[in-house]
Design a protein around this ligand. Structure first.
Ligand code: PMP
Length: 472
C-alpha cells in the first residue's frame, strides 16, 4: 500500500494544490493530477522534486525529448519576427519551409500540407477534404465512411465519429456522433487471427471483410476508409498482417474510395520509417494522411493533413477554395517548432536510431517482461510497443475490469519514477489491458536500459498484488 505522504506526492498535492483551489477543469473531476514544473531530455520533473523517466513521451509526443535548445532558439527567433498572422489570408516563410521539409521529393505523390493544431483537427480536416473532393468531382452521393474497430482518430465530433473508443464515445452517441460510419475488424492478430490461419490468409480475410462492407453499403456511396497503420491509443500498437494495406489500396482503387491513413501517433518516424505506411509494401500510399503529436514534438500543438496531388487536382477541378479553416492553422510559432524538430530528426539520423534502438527494445522486452505469466502479447514497431496483459496466457482471458490492471501498472511504474501510457483496456469496454511504451528516439542507451528495468520491477509488484487479489 501507499503511505499517506507518498500518496500526496503521487497526487502532486503535497500541500500545494487541492481541488477547491484549482480553477482548471481537469479531466478528473475529483482529484488534481500531479504538477509538472520542468522537463529535460528524457525526464519530467514534478513539483515535489520527483524526476520521472518519460517512457511514453506523454502520449507518444516528445520524439526528440524535452527542452531541446535548438527548438527553443527557433521558436524564440520566430516569435521575434511574427507570432501570429491570419493564415487563411496570408502565408509565412516558416509554414512554406515546413511543408517543403516534409514533402520534399513529393513522397508517394503527397504534395500539399494543411497545418492545424492537433491530431483531431487533422482528422476532421481530412474528412472534409475527402468529402469536398467528391462534391467537386461530381460524386456528391458519396456520404459514408468506413472505419475499424479499436480505432482512435480523435475527440472532435468528426474524428470521434470514425473512432471506436467505446468509453470516449458513450456519452455522445445519438447526439454528437455521426451515424454515416460503419466498421470492420481491426488488424489484431493476437485475438483476430484464427488457429492454423497463416498471416497471408488472415490478411486476405480482413481485406475480404472490407470488400463485403463496401459492397453492403454500396461502394459508390463511400467517401473514404480510415485506418491507423499501427493502431495506437485504443489498440496498443497493433500492426497489420503482411499484404493487408496492399489489399486495402487495391479495393480503394477499384471503387474510387479514398484511403485516409492516420499517422498522428505512429508517424513522424515512430515506427522506424518517417511514415509508418512505408513498411506496408510497394504500391501502398494514402490519399490523405494525418499527422500530429511528433510533428511538433510537444514543443507546439501541431497537426497536419498531407494530401495526394490527385486529391488536390480533383478539388481544383471544381472549386477555387477548400471550405474549411481555423484561426490558428499554420501558426507561425507552431510551424517554427515543428520545422526545428524535423531538422533535428534529419540531421541526427533519429529515424534510423529509432529503427535500430527499436530492435534492441523489442528483444529486451521479449526476453524479460515477455516471459511473465500475465503478459499475453507484445507487439509494435520501431519505438512504439504495446504490451497486453491477460489473466491466462493459454486462454487469453482478460482480467476483470474492476481489477484495473493497466492502472495498477501505471501507478507502480510512476512510483518507480517511470511514466508509461495506459491504453484502453477492459475498463474501457475492450478485451485485454495494455500499456504503450514510446520513448524519445534520442534517449541514451542507459535510459533505455532503465526503462526496461523499471518496467519489469513495476510489473513484478503488480503480479504479486494481483496474485493476492485473485486468491481473495
Ligand atoms: N489520431 C490518433 C491515431 C491518435 O492517437 C490521436 C491522439 N491520441 C488523435 C488522432 C487525436 O489527436 P489529438 O489528441 O492531438 O487531437
Amino acid at each position: 500500500g501507499t503511505s499517506p505522504s507518498e500518496k500526496k506526492e503521487i497526487n502532486g498535492t503535497n500541500g500545494q494544490l487541492d481541488l477547491e483551489a484549482s480553477h482548471v477543469l481537469h479531466n478528473s473531476l475529483i482529484s488534481i493530477p500531479p504538477t509538472v514544473v520542468s522537463a529535460e531530455g528524457s525526464y519530467v520533473t514534478f513539483g515535489t522534486g520527483r524526476r520521472v523517466l518519460d517512457g511514453c513521451t506523454g502520449a507518444a509526443v516528445a520524439i526528440i525529448g524535452h527542452g531541446n535548445p535548438e527548438v527553443l532558439a527557433a521558436v524564440q527567433e520566430q516569435m521575434s519576427k511574427v507570432s501570429y498572422t491570419h493564415t487563411v489570408a496570408f502565408t509565412t516563410p516558416v509554414a512554406e519551409a515546413l511543408a517543403n521539409e516534409i514533402l520534399q521529393g513529393n513522397p508517394h505523390g503527397l504534395s500539399r500540407a494543411f497545418f492545424v493544431s492537433s491530431g483531431s483537427e487533422a482528422m476532421d480536416s481530412a474528412l472534409k477534404l475527402a468529402r469536398q473532393y467528391y462534391v467537386e468531382i461530381g460524386q456528391p452521393q458519396r456520404t459514408r465512411l468506413v472505419s475499424r474497430q479499436r480505432a482512435y482518430h480523435g475527440n472532435t465530433v468528426g474524428a470521434l465519429s470514425v473512432s471506436s473508443h467505446v468509453s470516449r464515445r458513450a456519452p455522445f452517441l445519438d447526439a454528437l456522433v455521426l451515424n454515416n460510419v460503419s466498421y470492420v475488424s481491426a488488424t489484431y492478430a493476437y485475438r483476430g487471427q484464427l488457429e492454423g490461419e497463416s498471416e497471408e490468409e488472415y490478411s486476405a480475410r480482413l481485406v475480404q471483410e472490407l470488400d463485403e462492407q463496401f459492397q453492403s453499403v454500396g461502394p459508390e456511396t463511400v467517401i473514404a476508409f480510415v485506418a491507423e497503420p499501427v493502431g495506437g491509443a485504443t489498440a496498443g500498437c497493433i500492426t497489420a498482417p503482411k499484404g493487408y494495406y496492399q489489399g486495402v489500396r487495391r479495393l480503394c482503387d477499384r471503387y474510387g474510395i479514398l484511403l485516409i491513413l492516420d499517422e498522428v501517433m505512429c508517424g513522424s518516424g515512430r515506427t522506424g520509417t518517417y511514415f509508418a505506411f512505408e513498411q506496408e509494401g510497394p504500391g501502398v500510399y494514402p490519399d490523405l494522411l494525418t499527422m500530429g503529436k511528433g510533428l511538433g514534438g510537444g514543443y507546439a500543438p501541431m497537426g497536419a493533413v498531407l494530401a495526394h496531388e490527385k486529391v488536390i487536382r480533383g478539388l481544383q477541378s471544381g472549386s477555387s477554395y477548400f471550405v474549411h479553416s481555423h484561426t490558428y492553422q499554420a501558426h507561425a510559432v507552431g510551424c517554427a517548432a515543428a520545422l526545428a524538430v524535423q531538422k533535428v530528426l534529419r540531421r541526427d539520423g533519429l529515424v534510423a536510431r529509432c529503427a535500430a534502438k527499436g530492435r534492441w527494445f523489442e528483444a529486451a522486452l521479449n526476453a524479460t517482461i515477455g516471459q511473465r505469466k500475465y503478459v499475453g502479447n507484445i507487439r509494435g514497431r520501431g519505438l512504439f510497443w504495446g504490451i497486453e496483459f491477460v489473466q491466462n496466457r493459454a486462454t487469453k482471458e482478460p482480467f476483470p475490469p474492476a481489477l484495473r490492471f493497466t492502472w495498477k501498472l501505471v501507478d507502480e511504474a510512476f512510483r518507480r519514477h517511470l511514466s508509461i501510457y495506459p491504453g484502453a483496456g477492459t475498463a474501457d469496454g475492450f478485451k485485454g489491458d495494455h500499456v504503450i511504451l514510446a520513448p524519445p528516439y534520442n534517449a541514451s542507451d542507459d535510459e533505455f536500459e532503465d526503462l526496461v528495468r523499471l518496467l519489469n520491477e513495476a510489473y513484478d509488484a503488480v503480479e504479486t498484488e494481483v496474485d493476492l487479489a485473485l486468491v481473495e
